[in-house]
Design a protein around this ligand. Structure first.
Ligand code: SF4
Length: 324
């Protein structure tokens, strides 16, 4: 029996996991297939291949051909802070179970509440430079409030999972408790080089018991987000030689007056078409880097883009101005 953040796999996934496991995937598109080797010695970070916020991929040209570092923007920083929080609470919960050994007084809910402020402050401290440069005091207060909502919400889910597993068994050792109640590995290190990705990928995956690749994103769901979990799934397959047919992306939203985040889950079957799209995108970006040719402006340039000031030195997208 597995419990996923307070829900059974049936409640959490519905029929999606069964459907994903039945999906037929071509052997030559599995991460372990030698046909997927990139044929160059470029190893790209996953966000470079899967990110399509810039549809012309001029951001890749700036970074690799012109060697201009991407300016971190407020949305990028904020997304990173929330992502870190989710990762921390899972790791802290596991650490508590392993350290306490479920001795008398074991109370994971109380423990997670007691460390919340310290963890949030430490996450901000790690990003101190960008926090000072990019966020106003009001932004910091709002993000911290949202992080508390997320932490409290997750703490309740994790505690419920742990208690539910404990209530099913007269005895259970700590390792079994962790794997059943919190069956997610966060920031697992994978070598993505066999499919042209970095050697140090950081991947979140559930084992329920099949591998499900997890991600969290702020902002609205976009079609190409599927490529993120697809790339990670293929890297997972290349390392473990086990199929990973499903990805799940969690989109939290924070609303004023609501004490818990609104959580939208999207499930993605890592089918042949997603795998082909990922490989095409990888090859397109590798070509831009190897040929060095400027691919030109994207169809739409969000002002949250880290290269906006480089592409639009006037501070505005000149094409938008011309249309007005
Ligand atoms: S400003 Fe536009 S063209 Fe330039 S990198 Fe960003 S999205 Fe791409």
């Amino acid at each position: 029996m597995y419990v996923i953040l307070g829900e059974s796999p049936e409640q959490f996934f519905g029929d999606s996991l069964d459907e994903a496991m039945k999906a037929s995937v071509s052997e030559n598109l599995r991460g372990w297939s030698p046909e997927l080797r990139p044929g160059t010695n470029l190893y790209l970070p996953q966000y470079i291949v899967a990110g399509k916020y810039c549809d012309s991929a001029r951001d890749v040209w700036w970074k690799y051909v012109r060697e201009e570092p991407m300016k971190r923007t407020r949305p990028l920083l904020t997304g990173g802070l929330y992502h870190k929080l989710i990762s921390e609470i899972i790791q802290e919960a596991k650490k508590y179970i392993y350290n306490s050994g479920m001795e008398p007084g074991f109370d994971i809910s109380k423990h997670l509440s007691s460390i919340m402020e310290a963890v949030i402050n430490s996450i901000f401290e790690q990003e101190k430079g960008d926090v000072i440069n990019l966020l106003r005091v009001s932004d910091i207060n709002e993000i911290k409030d949202n992080m508390r909502k997320m932490w409290n919400y997750q703490a309740v889910q994790i505690s419920a999972s742990v208690n539910m597993v404990l209530s099913k068994f007269t005895t259970i050792d700590t390792d079994a408790l962790v794997s059943k109640a919190i069956p997610i590995n966060v920031e697992q290190r994978l070598d993505g080089s066999r499919i042209g990705l970095s050697r140090q990928l950081s991947v979140d995956a559930m084992q329920v018991p099949h591998a499900v690749i997890m991600d969290i994103k702020t902002g609205k769901p976009r079609h190409f987000h599927k490529l993120t979990v697809t790339g990670y799934a293929m890297a997972y397959e290349s390392e473990f030689r086990q199929p990973a047919n499903m990805g799940c992306i969690i989109y939290p939203q924070f609303m004023e007056g609501k004490s818990v985040p609104y959580i939208e889950k999207r499930f993605y079957v890592i089918d042949d078409s997603a795998r082909k799209e990922f490989i095409e995108e990888r090859d397109r970006k590798m070509r831009i880097i190897l040929e060095g040719k400027d691919p030109g402006l994207a169809t739409h340039c969000p002002d949250s883009c880290g290269y906006f000031a480089r592409c639009h030195p006037s501070g505005k997208d000149e094409r938008v101005k011309a249309d007005q």
